[in-house]
Ligand binder design. Sequence first.
Ligand SMILES: Cc1ncc(COP(=O)(O)O)c(C=O)c1O
Length: 375
Amino acid sequence: MTPFNLPSFVGNELDYITKAIALGQLSGDGQFTKLCSQSIVAQTGAQDALLTHSCTAALEMAAILSDIQPGDEVIMPSFTFVSTANAVALRGGVPVFVDIDPVSLNLCPEQTQLAITSKTRAIFAVHYASVIAEMDVLAEISTDHGLLLVEDAAQAFGASFKGRKAGSFGDLAAFSFHETKNIVSGEGGALVINRPDLVERAEIIREKGTNRSRFMRGSVDKYTWVDIGSSFLPGELIAAFLYGQLEKARQITDRRRVICDRYAAGLASLAERGRVRLPAPMPDRTGNGHMFYLLMRDRADRDTFITAMREREMTTPFHYVPLHSAPAGLKFGRAVGPMTVTDAISASLVRLPLYYTMTDAQQDNVIAEILQILA
Ligand SMILES: Cc1ncc(COP(=O)(O)O)c(C=O)c1O
């Protein structure tokens, strides 16, 4: 069976786990957590980074930091993972779903503008497939309306837009280090913060609503409950593994980009014949090789393709089921404007196998089968 994803072990992950055990601190915020934070800041150009146990957790922290009150609205694409919307719904807020751009597959700025009401508090932009959303336009909209801008950069570690890295655009940004991403720690994530005035509260929220971080730095003599919060930090063994990966981020990203380029070249003839659509090159954006997808003619065509690939023992999943029409989306959220692109993309997109250790021969085999199925 050709897997869709395989987590890779490329650096000193095991050595660092051994070191973390020898250091004797297994709970969070030890030496490896600090090293990871420094590495994330250095690699993203963000101001501050707090390790979390998932991107979901980082998004929940972002929603608390956005001060969303019951009934407040947050604009986001419908074409995203459930965590983007859950974070808002958990605060009693209303996820307001808008359509995506047909080329970037990211939040459409025009629809975002139209969805703003007096209740809008924030925009949660998603960098789908590591293509960074229109952050300059979205930043202008956010500033004009006094909204917080949050990047759901789950898939985008190392991606850039006009020379700036994912995580450096929003007031806040959330990364994922889940094993399906490029840089992994099994489960894992980070909240990066570009507003110095939000750092202290973020630390408190992450430490169960206490000022324990200040206590650990010696700036208060006891720690106490000062705000709402939860346990959002990972333990040191996770951080040790992650640090081994972060050190190799460049190597992992470069290889995955090569795999994406090989897919684009190997499948170009299908696109030229109009049989499929491939991810559109966007000259001002550099992805991180996270994902390669095909856009098929319609749902039936896509499902037939997935079945044919499965018969050849190749896993080619699809996502996302649009949130605006999902049961919880209907219950907690609201859609604004047409959802034509979201519905069409959701029905026709299929993802191809892609992992760091995928050999050229394995990939050529996948390409050959696809060319045969779609001949
Ligand atoms: C856009 C997006 N946001 C959030 C998440 C959640 O990430 P995690 O599994 O680290 O919580 C994902 C996971 O795939 C994602 O794709």
